[in-house]
Design a protein around this ligand. Structure first.
Ligand SMILES: Cc1cc2nc3c(=O)[nH]c(=O)nc-3n(C[C@H](O)[C@H](O)[C@H](O)COP(=O)(O)OP(=O)(O)OC[C@H]3O[C@@H](n4cnc5c(N)ncnc54)[C@H](O)[C@@H]3O)c2cc1C
Length: 395
């Protein structure tokens, strides 16, 4: 399907009028990449505040090694880490990157193999990375870790986490400087079509004509897709976060700790723990479903089921945290497809594109998603990543 562009002239330039629904990390990164092109006329609609959706609930981990993405997407990890590190430097720490390093433990032979492959790839990409064969050696990086039962682990000291809402605000500012318009507290409630193709949107802050509309609405994408009659292949999984604080401050920096089914990182003086998205069971109604993200509150909403799962894991791995107090918790929905990879590209409705279903990787994938979708929209250019994320794979 070719992207239909109506001629709107600004001086000598024919403009492409593009509307983006959602100003999370995906919508803002896309707006930034699109507005590098003089012929892109971009308006972003956000029904709340910039970066206030799933992006605000994220751990923001930017790890060189974990099980969240298959090995074939290692390059996306490198792009993401380099992009956000540079963003943080260029903005004098505005995106609050914390170089905590990541300790990825290997309880099985398969995990060890995967970690070693990533260590090698990280070294080749110019990062510091090592595989520690002796489990006792892992304690150097996390003194309260129980090494029994582990086969070893990988240590990547150059990575860490950032504040994804701050990163969204920076992308939005850079996009505005390049000409994008952001309309916040503007709910898109209708998508207009003419002869079967998208022609504009109706929002609570007015109606707009567009050549193309991109859905970057995170877990709201099911609702946004329905506005054009699409049943997008997306469900939600629950991301339940528990913030634990020990009575006495830990006398070391808690790194990002990645187990195959859960992870932890520092959260100020406390520790953030969450069940990983790869561990979510699509057959269990408590873990996977389609829920209304408008019902989510800023904090609370977590369930005993997830807390019990995590405390059992902590008992085996970092028992000291069992004595900590639960000082905060929240629930977010990850928008996921069955293969846990996103959908990015054209939909079955002409002029309606999607950049959603980011699962547990939206922060990692935002820089490359913005780049590849922009190249497709503005230059009709393909990309192997775009092929992997093509929505048509679910037909
Ligand atoms: C607990 C947790 C931990 C995570 N940890 C990581 C991590 O470590 N690393 C990582 O890469 N990813 C992580 N993720 C995943 C990541 O946060 C998401 O993939 C990412 O934030 C999705 O961004 P988005 O822009 O697609 O969606 P969102 O941030 O949800 O943005 C969508 C926006 O669309 C707006 N919107 C919706 N409907 C409309 C409408 N009709 N009109 C106007 N606006 C609308 C919403 O208000 C919202 O702001 C985590 C997620 C959770 C919940």
């Amino acid at each position: 399907m070719r992207l239909v562009i109506h001629a709107v002239f600004k001086g000598e330039i024919v403009l492409k009028k593009i509307g983006i629904i959602g100003a999370g990390i995906i919508g803002t990164a896309l707006a930034y990449h699109l507005t590098k092109h003089d012929d892109a006329d971009v308006v972003v609609f956000e029904k709340n505040q910039i970066g206030s959706g799933t992006t605000a609930k994220s751990a923001g981990t930017l790890c060189l090694i974990d099980d969240s993405l298959p090995y074939e997407f290692f390059e996306q990890r490198v792009t993401c880490l380099n992009t956000y590190k540079k963003m943080n430097e260029d903005t004098h720490n505005e995106s609050e990157f914390v170089q905590s390093g990541t300790l990825v433990v290997s309880p099985t032979e398969d995990e060890m193999k995967r970690a070693k492959m990533h260590v090698e790839a990280s070294q080749k990409a110019g990062f510091n990375a090592e595989f520690i064969e002796d489990p006792e050696g892992l304690v150097k990086y996390l003194p309260d870790l129980t090494p029994e039962g582990l086969l070893g682990g990988a240590w990547t000291p150059d990575d860490g986490y950032n504040n994804p809402t701050a990163a969204s605000l920076i992308y939005a500012r850079w996009a505005r400087e390049q000409g994008a318009k952001f309309i916040t507290h503007a709910n898109v409630n209708e998508i207009l079509t003419k002869d079967g193709a998208v022609s504009g949107i109706k929002s609570s802050k007015g109606d707009y004509d567009f050549d193309l509309v991109v859905c970057a609405a995170g877990p709201w994408s099911n609702k946004v897709g329905a506005l054009v009659g699409l049943d997008l292949p997306l469900v939600h999984t629950k991301a339940e976060v528990f913030i634990l604080k020990t009575d006495e401050p830990l006398d070391y920096e808690f790194p990002i700790l990645k187990y195959p089914h859960w992870y932890a990182r520092s959260e100020g003086r406390a520790v953030f723990v969450c069940k990983s998205h790869m561990a979510m069971d699509y057959g269990k109604a408590i873990e996977t479903g389609v829920w209304d993200p408008d019902e989510l509150s800023l904090s609370g909403g977590t369930e005993e089921y997830f807390f019990d799962f995590l405390t059992e894991r902590l008992a085996e791995s970092v028992p000291k945290l069992l004595d900590a107090q639960l000082v905060n918790d929240w629930l977010g929905y990850r928008s996921v497809t069955t293969d846990k990879l996103p959908i990015v590209g054209e939909s079955d409705v002409e002029g309606f594109l999607v950049a959603t279903g980011m699962s547990g990787n939206g922060v990692i994938l935002a820089p490359d998603t913005g780049r590849i979708l922009t190249n497709y929209i503005m230059k009709d250019e393909g990309d192997p990543l775009l092929d992997s994320f093509n929505p048509s794979r679910f037909k």
